[in-house]
Design a protein around this ligand. Structure first.
Ligand code: AMP
Ligand code: ZN
Length: 482
């Protein structure tokens, strides 16, 4: 496939260090609150990417961290620890908060058909490893101890701003955040690998280390977790675009300094879900969750469909109207699939191969998921039998994960349950499966059969008074609410 690589600023042919095998890493959630649907946009697009690579035949090893310590409010080295903030908000322990929101995250992922990665590693479970790598960085001369903390020395690098050519001033941490700069830092972009500073005395979780009791910085966790479970060469690193700086920039600095060779070849950044007041974010407090969408009657997969309709490298504007449009299109698509017949012959293998080739080219062009959806409509319109259509749609859905055939089967079952047969003569009533209404409709039919038209009309009026309209069809009647 061809994928835009934010490290080279180019669309490139996807390559792996070991042929046929993808080592893939995803920055996981900071579990101090529910994931919002913006975070989940990133995870949906990363999920499609993983599934597309598998569809192409790669064996994918996907690793994700769970940030349950060390992520400070500013994304850099200032502000309160987000986990502690969550624990205080809910008057619970940090570990309780972490467990609750980790479970909630994976529940949301399941509803959105996001596959769980092969490895999921909470940061607090790998502290010894972080200490080992930080010690290694000090030994190699890339890190120093100042004021009790351990810092990475960015002046040792030839190239620090790997993702952009911005003016350094624009990106200066601390200055940008409007907070005091840390006087212990030798260079303004140096960042903390291990904290012991008294400023964070109320930190809930602390571990012993060669530099004193403290806790790891946020960035080191991703480098260490990836190096442990993906090995020394990472093929693909994913995350939301807000993580490119400073988080991913610092990950590269640490990993390459530690390993002594280039680390990750391809960087995949998903752009933001925005509302009309800007980026959706947890820290702003006002954000939408999957549960809220469900409460409002939306199928979570309609949100997945909404995300797939647009390209991951463009900001996506959320509005209820936009979501309604996507939900309407998704339901219509399912309806069309439900109308396909079951056993109308053999699968046309040649046609199926042609469809597949087109899908691979289209989606393989920088993960163009909206073209992937167009491929679904192309199949539905094509002059091939329904068996072929169903097989091809099921095949594409291994990547898109919209549960298309399952939803279509559910719809057919619902419709079948609504169509019920009553009476010895096989009179069929189609409606919403309401026994009281069905009984009246049947009584009316029996009255008509007995030529008691006055009674039949009376029942019709009675139904009408209840907001029900009855239409006679061959062999039965259909009723609906008006
Ligand atoms: P966090 O839980 O804050 O560590 O973020 C989890 C993931 O969601 C990271 O990859 C972020 O870059 C990403 N993210 C945060 N906000 C948004 C947003 N509004 N739209 C898309 N992705 C986001
Ligand atoms: Zn990360």
């Amino acid at each position: 496939m061809y994928l835009y690589n934010s490290a080279t600023h180019k669309k490139e042919e996807f390559q792996t260090h070991t042929p046929g095998r993808v080592e893939m890493y995803t920055c996981g959630p900071t579990v101090y609150h529910y994931a919002h649907i913006g975070n989940l946009r990133s995870y949906i697009m990363e999920d499609v990417l993983e599934k597309f690579l598998r569809y192409e035949g790669y064996d994918v090893n996907r690793v994700m961290n769970i940030t349950d310590v060390g992520h400070l409010a500013s994304d850099a080295d200032t502000g309160e620890d987000k986990m502690l903030k969550g624990a205080k908000r809910e008057n619970k322990s940090v570990m309780d908060i972490a467990k609750f929101y980790t479970d909630a995250f994976f529940d949301d992922c399941a509803k959105l058909n996001i596959k769980t990665p092969e490895v999921v590693q909470p940061a607090t479970g790998l502290i010894d490893e972080f200490i080992r790598v930080v010690s290694g960085l000090i030994d190699k001369g890339y890190a120093y101890v100042a004021g009790g903390n351990v810092y990475f020395d960015t002046s040792r690098l030839d190239h620090y701003y790997v993702f952009n050519d911005h003016d350094e001033e624009d990106l200066a941490v601390g200055v940008r955040e409007g907070v005091e700069e840390d006087q212990n830092k030798r260079n303004k972009n140096d960042f903390v690998l291990w904290f012991t500073k008294s400023k964070f005395e109320d930190q809930a979780l602390k571990w012993d280390s060669p530099w004193g009791v403290g806790y790891p910085g946020w960035h080191i966790e991703c480098s260490c977790i990836s190096m442990k479970f993906n090995g020394e060469y990472l093929d693909l690193h994913c995350g939301g675009v807000d993580n490119a700086f400073p988080h991913h920039t610092n990950e590269i600095a640490q990993s390459e300094a530690y390993l002594g060779h280039p680390w990750c070849a391809q960087w995949f950044h998903v752009h933001h879900l925005n509302t009309n007041s800007g980026k959706m974010s947890k820290s702003k407090g006002e954000f939408l969750t999957v549960s809220l969408l469900e409460e409002k009657g939306y199928d979570p997969l309609a949100y997945r469909f909404f995300c797939l309709q647009s390209h991951y490298r463009k900001g996506l504007v959320f509005s209820w109207e936009n979501l309604d449009n996507a939900a309407g299109a998704y339901n219509k698509l399912v309806k069309r699939i439900a109308a396909l017949k079951g056993g109308d012959g053999e699968i046309d293998r040649e046609a199926a191969a042609r469809f597949k080739e087109k899908f691979l080219t289209q989606v393989g062009n920088d993960l163009n998921t909206s073209m992937g959806i167009t491929c679904l409509y192309d199949v539905l319109k094509a002059p091939v039998n329904d068996v072929t259509k169903r097989a091809v749609l099921a095949d594409f859905d291994q990547v898109l994960s919209l549960s298309l055939l399952e939803k279509a089967a559910q719809l057919r079952e619902k419709e079948a349950a609504q169509a019920k047969t009553s009476g010895a003569d096989g009179f069929t009533i189609q409606g919403e499966g309401d026994p009281a209404i069905d009984a009246l409709v049947l009584q009316r039919a029996q009255a008509k059969k007995a030529k008691n038209f006055a009674e039949a009309d009376r029942i019709r009026d009675e139904l009408k008074a209840q907001g029900i309209e009855v239409t006679d069809v061959p062999g039965g009647a259909v009723w609906k609410r008006i």
